[in-house]
Write a protein that binds this ligand. Structure first.
Ligand code: NDP
Ligand code: MG
Length: 381
């Protein structure tokens, strides 16, 4: 069981649920961070008394400093602040629940400081791939998945004594709010419709990624790196109920699955208690009240982001960073009402097809690919 924890992105959907788990198990919180949500971060600081708080935005950091002048919490800001929080000497685990590429350098810093990393921030593993995994290996640290599908696979893998027995990973996808729809039915969908996820309550960016199925594309790449599997050995199946969180298939075609209510507090908690299992606030699974499980093939033609991610993975090098960077920009433009829903997929595919991929040797290779992909998006609209 984790005894001391830094939470990056503590004011978000994963961050607040992590604090629920920390409260229940008296985990000592060493640092909390946000982008600009001063009000919630102040409440969290008063409740959990971390020694460090990071407000990424400088103006909000100054505001926070004044509000909590009566506490012993030191306020930092910007990327330097996130890196300092990720490297704190007295913290055992860093849970990265930042959204987007901003999480990359803090993850690398946490590895170098010898921390166990619980990773929700999938974008940075997708973009950084080999660089992140090599940094994990070189520093002898553990990278534990928080994403529900990857936690499910990780849990199933506890029943696989040797990698050679494993044949395939099967990621489940809810299909999101637009499952079954074709391109002409998706032309005019609104941000509100894209944000209405049938099963999960999450931050805005990942909810739109679920609607476009970019999220599943990112998760294929995430699984490739977390579990060192080749793209051809990672399948996706649409499972509308979101009860089976993913499966593994062995050489003998026997399959193991992990099931639970769709509630992130189970994967978050497992990353913090691994290898132990403790009670959770999530209700028991009542299979008879669910009744039916369904499984469908994903629609790669309609959900272009999914095919673009597969292509990026097979191209290798900086292609996944390009897919991710293009999507981060396009996802935001869609939420701002500046582009249509279908344009997200067109931009991600366009970036993967037209931008050159180079091997990733350093952090700059990843950051440059990300920048070029964003520029591609802004110049294509
Ligand atoms: P949210 O948008 O709810 O929260 C993001 C957090 O990061 C907030 O604390 C936010 O601060 C902070 N933040 C956002 N942008 C920046 C920035 N530029 N610099 C510094 N801090 C920033 O996201 P989620 O919790 O939904 O998702 C977090 C990560 O977990 C994502 O990578 C997502 O894909 C992954 N994930 C999420 C799941 C979920 O159920 N939500 C499930 C599986 C994976 P502020 O509040 O001030 O804006
Ligand atoms: Mg997921």
């Amino acid at each position: 069981m984790t005894d001391s924890l830094v939470i990056l992105g503590s004011t978000g959907s994963i961050g607040t649920q992590t604090l629920d788990v920390a409260r229940k198990y008296n985990i000592d919180i060493k640092a909390l961070t946000a982008f600009s949500n001063v009000k919630l971060l102040e409440e969290q600081i008063r409740s959990f008394k971390p020694s460090v708080a990071v407000m990424y935005d400088e103006k909000s950091a100054n505001d926070l400093k004044q509000r909590i002048a009566d506490t012993n919490t030191k306020v930092l800001c910007g990327m330097d602040g996130l890196i300092e929080a990720s490297s704190m000497q007295d913290a055992q685990v860093v849970l990265n629940a930042l959204v987007g590429m901003v999480g990359l350098e803090p993850t690398l810093a946490a590895c170098k400081a010898g921390k166990t990393i619980a990773l929700a921030n999938k974008e940075t593993l997708v973009a950084g791939g080999e660089l992140v995994m090599n940094t994990v290996k070189d520093n002898g640290v553990s990278l534990l998945p928080v994403d529900s599908e990857h936690s499910a696979i990780f849990q199933c893998l506890q029943g696989c004594p040797e990698k050679k027995y494993l044949k395939k990973l099967i990621l489940t996808a809810s299909g999101g709010p637009f499952f079954g729809k074709k391109r002409d039915e998706l032309k005019d969908v609104t941000v509100k419709e894209a944000l209405a996820h049938p099963n999960w309550s999450m931050g805005a960016k990942i909810t739109v990624d679920s609607a476009s199925m970019m999220n599943k594309g990112l998760e294929i790449i995430e699984a490739r790196w977390l579990f060192d599997m080749q793209a051809d050995d990672i399948d996706v199946v649409v499972h509308r109920q979101s009860i089976i969180h993913s499966l593994i298939e062995f050489q003998d075609n026997s399959v193991l699955a992990q099931l639970s209510q769709p509630d992130m507090r189970i994967p978050i908690q497992y990353a913090l208690t691994y290898p132990d299992r403790v009670e959770s606030p999530v209700k028991e699974l009542d299979l008879t009240s669910i009744g039916t499980f369904t499984f469908d093939k994903p629609d790669y033609e309609t959900f272009e982001c999914l095919s673009a991610c597969k292509k990026a993975l097979s191209k290798g090098g900086t292609s996944p960073a390009i897919a991710n960077g293009a999507n981060e920009a396009a996802n935001l433009l869609f939420r701002e009402g500046k582009i249509s829903f279908l344009k997200i997929g067109e931009l991600v595919s366009g970036a993967v097809d037209s931008l050159p991929s180079v091997p990733i040797k350093t952090l700059s290779d990843v950051l440059n690919a990300d920048k070029t992909a964003r520029e591609y998006v802004y110049s294509s609209i």
